[in-house]
Design a protein around this ligand. Structure first.
Ligand SMILES: [Zn+2]
Length: 328
């Protein structure tokens, strides 16, 4: 255990333990677990300049292997996004002005607009934002939260999917987003669940330079609470145990220290199990069954990608399916 120059952003704790010295590709990267709450954070946190340089060009290429999305990835993203919208159709049925912050390759925006939402995007990656504008015809700006110039109280729904884990100061980010919500506005935040990944992934395949903070269901909720954001009553049950939350502005909540200490113990155990396991635990079914499932998913994607040869065709087909499902 070592002390740290600044306290934990969630619990204020000063005691950490190193859980990994390598990133998921084997490169040096130090990652530490806070003994007070279980939040897992890269150390050191990169400077703003270092991050800018990383995202300006390297990120998408190192992450997905291309600066525009591959057809099969487009198909998969549209399928997942459509399922998500249908699972929370009560929330996405609300009207108003929406922002997708970190809109990536634009699937959510495309489907949201196909439902009639007044939705716009901000995407820092030049290649993905150009693709969103040119290929999908979306109102996406190449900017960041800092450079985007979004006014307070200007959105009814803000979506932040797989973005918060990249932020240097996610508490400050959440507070700014809360201030950007109109009265009764909703913030959707989704991040990878490090506890689930530790259970399901091969040993060592966890950490990433760009994922500065690695959340689990407890630390994500506690940080949101500290930023004055609480889960909507309408979605709490559906989102239980996940790291995808619909939040609304509330007075700041003080994290429950005993709860967080229990979470730290749980996370320490999960990380130790991950480090000791030769093979990940299958999430469900047998290894052979999961392999067969992956093959059939892949086959279905290949067939569909051959039929729908252009991203715009996939987008239009997905929007059509969404409209059909919503009409049922
Ligand atoms: Zn902590």
């Amino acid at each position: 255990m070592t002390g740290h120059e600044a306290g934990c952003i969630l619990c204020g704790g000063m005691t950490y333990e190193v859980v990994s010295e390598r990133d998921r590709h084997g490169a040096p990267l130090c990652t530490r677990l806070c003994a007070g709450c279980g939040l897992i954070r890269n150390d050191p946190v990169p400077t703003a300049d270092e991050l800018d340089a990383f995202y300006a060009s390297a990120y998408r290429e190192s992450y997905k292997g291309a600066s525009t999305p591959r057809l099969r990835q487009v198909l998969r993203n549209f399928d997942r996004t459509r399922q998500h919208i249908l699972a929370f159709r009560d929330i996405y049925g609300r009207k108003g002005r929406w922002l997708d912050l970190g809109s990536g390759s634009g699937e959510f925006l495309f489907l949201a607009r196909s439902m009639g939402a007044e939705a716009e995007g901000i995407e820092p990656h030049a290649g993905y934002s150009a693709y969103s504008r040119q290929t999908l015809g979306l109102p996406v700006r190449s900017a960041t939260l800092d450079s985007g110039g979004c006014a307070p109280r200007s959105f009814d729904l803000i979506r932040l999917s797989h973005v918060l884990e990249h932020m240097r100061d996610p508490l400050q980010t959440l507070r700014r987003l809360r201030d950007m919500l109109r009265p009764c506005g909703v913030l959707y935040v989704e991040v990878p669940d490090i506890a689930e990944e530790a259970r399901n992934r091969l040993r060592g395949r966890l950490f990433h330079y760009g994922h500065i903070n690695n959340f689990d269901p407890t630390t994500l909720r506690a940080l949101a609470g500290k930023a004055g954001l609480a889960e909507l009553a309408a979605t709490r049950q559906r989102a239980a145990g996940t790291t995808g939350l619909f939040l609304e502005a509330v007075p700041d909540l003080v994290p429950d220290a005993a709860d967080l200490a229990r979470n730290a113990a749980l996370m320490r155990r999960i990380m130790a199990d991950h480090a000791a396991a030769l093979l990940p635990k299958p999430p469900k079914g047998t290894v052979v069954g999961r392999f067969a499932g992956r093959v059939s998913d892949r086959l279905r994607e290949v067939v569909a990608a051959a039929r729908l040869r252009r991203p715009r065709c996939i987008a239009d087909e997905s929007a059509r399916q969404l409209r059909l499902a919503l009409a049922r």
